[in-house]
Design a binder for this molecule. Structure first.
Ligand code: ACM
Length: 472
């Protein structure tokens, strides 16, 4: 029923006529329903939510909160809502958002706010990109300099530099240092907060590339003798982990602690954009290749993947990485996060890997959302609200085997050009509302979706204090 303006749209909504005075919600778990399925009925007998599990109840409560937005109050001060019967279940089990906490730190209160809004949209994964060249953001016992040194950079770029749109520009800097990190207690609290709202936190430690901040803290992890600083410009650093027992042990210790903090099934090890130039020039790396009989420097990445996989699988968890891990021949139980154009579900199928669709063509929220001339500076690209709503996730003629491999979809908010919380919300919303409907699997038409946004759903975001980009 369109005047409830539900987002994402449930699978089936039938208004059964008239308005009813309602009391408290009564909740039941029934094993006749799937784990994430729920039924919400408002009729003469009251308001009843039935779900297949606690997870389904959380999802049903999110929809009930949206139905309550249509409530009125009668003369006796009682709550009146439309009689309605909703049957619902998501298509995808992975309904995610990634936030880059490295390039600009995302404070805990902002992450809590994001979790609240994800839950409202029946999204269930928040992937935290915790480490990168420009900042290490997670406290690791025994390695204090990761956060003391690797968590801070002396200055931060303003505007474009060293990207396709501004490669020739002189850099402009703020004199303010930038930094911050999460203590393990911060993260454990956040895990509990998210879990109570049906959202799992997926931690990412990006390796063996994107490691300049860690190498700045502990030069012995790297391939060169000279000290380096936490990276101040964007782009990809050549400074990657050295294939030494010191670095392998570092990976084991970091992942062991991360696994202990985050109970999620999936542990993300990055694996994207790892230059091999330092390995090519390093006598130690060349010797390592000879010892292990490796045919190319790229195969060094496979050795890091094997170390990470061993720790993750021994803990009963699942390794997930960006789709470059495919080139490092990951074990068959790994999951590929498909971000590069061309890395689609048939690509994952060729490598027999489960996957999450996260394509940079339509699911990168750091792209401009409208005309770059009138928008705040962004990394580049153009991904409108309509582009997200219309994103591919599976080709229409996908086979059953391909459908089986796709766990779901995820949007990415990289933060090179997103320095503040307000800007982060502006970039994420309302494009995330569109993604939620893709992930839930109940897209209607773009016109209907925008109608629901403009006539009720954005008001919900206003009530939560979300600073979204207004519709144009
Ligand atoms: C990525 O955008 N490097 C995953």
């Amino acid at each position: 029923m369109s005047d409830l303006h539900l987002v994402p749209m449930p699978r089936s909504v039938t208004t059964t006529g008239g308005d009813l005075v309602v009391d408290a919600l009564s909740e039941t778990i029934s094993d006749e329903l799937g784990e994430e399925a729920y039924r919400l009925v408002v009729d003469q007998e009251g308001v009843r939510l039935t779900a297949g599990s606690d997870r389904g109840l959380v999802l049903g409560r999110a929809t009930w909160s949206q139905v309550l937005d249509a409530a009125t109050t009668d003369a006796a001060g009682r709550t009146v809502v439309p009689a309605v019967h909703i049957e619902d279940e998501p298509t995808h089990s992975w309904r995610g958002l990634m936030v880059d906490c490295s390039r600009h730190f995302t404070p805990v209160p902002e992450l809590r706010k994001l979790i609240d809004v994800l839950a409202l949209h029946r999204m269930n994964r928040l992937h935290l990109h915790l480490t990168d060249d420009q900042g290490w953001r997670v406290e690791i016992s025994g390695w204090p300099l990761l956060t003391e040194v690797g968590g801070y950079r002396a200055r931060t770029l303003v505007g474009h530099h060293g990207t396709s749109e501004g490669a020739d520009a002189e850099p402009v800097w703020t004199d303010e240092p930038h930094g911050g990190y999460y203590s393990q207690d911060d993260l454990r609290d956040l895990v509990a907060y998210a879990g109570a709202r049906g959202v799992q936190l997926i931690p990412e430690i990006d390796l063996p590339g994107h490691m300049q901040a860690a190498i700045a803290a502990y030069p012995e992890l790297g391939n060169i003798d000279a000290p380096i600083a936490v990276r101040e410009v964007w782009g990809i650093s050549d400074h990657v982990l050295a294939p030494t027992e010191t670095a392998f042990q570092f990976v084991r210790e970091v992942l062991t602690q991360v696994i202990d903090i985050f109970p999620a099934q999936w542990i993300h090890i990055g694996g994207d954009e790892c230059p091999t130039v330092e390995w090519e020039g390093s006598a130690q790396a060349q010797e390592f290749m000879t010892e292990r009989g490796l045919a190319s420097e790229r195969q060094i990445q496979r050795e890091f993947l094997a170390v990470a996989h061993e720790v993750i699988s021994r803990a009963g968890r699942t390794l997930i990485g960006w789709d470059e891990i495919v080139e490092a021949e990951p074990p068959a139980d790994s999951v590929a996060m498909l971000w590069r154009p061309g890395a689609d579900v048939p690509f994952a199928q060729r490598h027999r890997l489960s996957c999450v669709y996260a394509n940079c063509a339509t699911l990168y929220l750091d792209h401009y959302q409208e005309n770059p001339k009138t928008e705040p500076v962004a990394i580049g690209g153009l991904t409108t609200l309509k582009d997200v709503y219309g994103t591919e996730e599976l080709p229409g003629d996908a086979t059953a085997a391909q459908r089986e491999l796709l766990l779901g979809v995820q949007a990415q908010l990289w933060r090179e050009y997103v320095p503040t919380d307000a800007h982060l919300e502006y970039m994420i919303f309302p494009r995330l509302c569109a993604l939620s409907e893709v992930a839930w699997g109940t897209r209607t038409s773009y016109e209907d979706f925008v109608h629901r946004l403009g006539n009720g759903h954005l008001a919900r975001l206003d009530r939560l204090g979300v600073r979204y980009r207004p519709l144009t």
